[in-house]
Ligand binder design. Sequence first.
Ligand code: SF4
Length: 196
Amino acid sequence: MADIKKLRGNLEMRGFATSCFATAEEAARYLDGRLDGTSIGIGGSITAQQLGLDQLLPSHNSVYWHWLGGSSGQAAAADVYISSVNGIAETGELVNIDGTGNRVASTIYGHKSLYLIVGVNKIAPTFEKALWRARNIAAPKNAQRLGRKTPCAAKGDRCYDCESPDRICRALTVLWARPTAIEYAEVVIVEQELGL
Ligand code: SF4
């Protein structure tokens, strides 16, 4: 079982605010209350979709999410950015893999505030295990979801470090601490399984 107390302590030492909720509904209500009258970009996040943020936030914010028809350029220019992570270590490192690059870029630079929503299934005890999870669990599942012609999507068991033109793993980021150009970054932990 994930040590959420340890995770929160390490994230806070690294400059991230943290919050923790028992359910996705509570986390969604919290974010809906916190984000009002602002511009928000959202990365291709199943977690954000599972929270229903596509239903909640647009009524009182300008939301740019390519799943809602917003362009990645609009999302990149928003004041706030919301994403999940592909793996997070109890020691505090946050791991993300991307194909296009817009999602990982937005977790590093270009927004005043960043919210990263994390289900318990994303938490690993060490950085090495969080990296392993991002590469061998999250990425193959995302390749399957996107219908990519890659060995991981065909077999669904692990990463093959493929050289396929359909490869989705083209950039890997590790947030060691809150990047200084982002004024406020918060990790919203949900004690449920969310995302891939
Ligand atoms: S590198 Fe290729 S095989 Fe590995 S997870 Fe990414 S798409 Fe799949």
